[in-house]
Write a protein that binds this ligand. Structure first.
Ligand SMILES: Cc1cc2nc3c(=O)[nH]c(=O)nc-3n(C[C@H](O)[C@H](O)[C@H](O)COP(=O)(O)OP(=O)(O)OC[C@H]3O[C@@H](n4cnc5c(N)ncnc54)[C@H](O)[C@@H]3O)c2cc1C
Length: 218
């Protein structure tokens, strides 16, 4: 069972794959990246909207058309001024994460594939937009750029945490056009990562289907 992106499959068993499978996996494309920023802050985030003070997870993008514009730019490889930011303030329901009045804040921005710049200020500005005064509460910052994410987990090719672009083709056929996407054409070797259907965000199902495939072929 390979819990890897197609790039990892090529690296591990590339020389044993049938040529059509190797060619298909070589054509597999990767999507936009994440730029991870973790904060230690003093007190709470001063959200303008009081409802935001109770939410564990927030998606910061502005109006729908602003989100569409920033996501379109990111997909085309251009860093938007106001990237889409996902923010977690899990300490609100798990106080054991805090030390005194110092609280951890989890965030990441959507950035272009392989983005080499520093998105930290853009992330802070996006939070500040909805929580004026946030900047003054920051005690420490820790970042991980797309290259750092890939070094941490080789599945995140170019910083793509979904293990592959969610193009129309790769949503329908992931990682290649075949009736059995878990099979790699090598006896006893299967792919079970989120590079298979139903893809990232549907946790466990890729592995379940891959295991069922393996068991049915025993
Ligand atoms: C910051 C961040 C936020 C996320 N937020 C969400 C979210 O809100 N919702 C959501 O649904 N998903 C989210 N994800 C994505 C989610 O984590 C992945 O979709 C999911 O973990 C993929 O599972 P997987 O089994 O395919 O691979 P992984 O969980 O990535 O496991 C693969 C394992 O194989 C190892 N590996 C890879 N390649 C090799 C190799 N060549 N040799 C040896 N070992 C290798 C890796 O180190 C890793 O341990 C997020 C990811 C990150 C990084």
């Amino acid at each position: 069972m390979l819990d890897t992106a197609p790039a990892g499959v090529l690296e591990i068993v590339g020389d044993r794959l049938p040529s059509r499978v190797r060619a298909a996996l070589s054509r597999y494309t990767y999507g936009p990246a994440a730029f991870k920023v973790d904060f230690a802050i003093d007190g709470d985030i001063p959200w303008t909207n009081p409802d935001c003070r109770r939410a564990g997870t927030l998606h910061l993008g502005g109006a729908a058309e602003q989100i569409v514009a920033s996501e379109a730019a990111t997909t085309r490889g251009r860093m938007p001024d106001r990237p889409f930011v996902l923010l977690g303030q899990q300490y609100l329901i798990d106080p054991t994460r805090s030390v005194g009045t110092t609280n951890p804040v989890y965030a990441y921005a959507h950035v272009p594939h392989g983005y080499e710049g520093d998105a930290t200020d853009a992330v802070i500005a996006q939070i500040e937009r909805f929580a004026p005064g946030f900047h003054d509460r920051i005690l420490a910052v820790s970042t991980r750029n797309p290259a750092g994410l890939e070094a941490y987990n080789p599945n995140y090719v170019g910083g793509d945490i979904a293990a592959g672009a969610n193009t129309a083709r790769q949503i329908a056929f992931r990682p290649r056009v075949t009736s059995n996407p878990y099979s790699l054409g090598v006896k006893g070797v299967y792919l079970c990562s989120s590079a298979t259907p139903p893809g990232g965000g549907v946790h466990g199902m890729c592995g379940l289907y891959a295991a069922n495939t393996a068991l049915s072929l025993l």
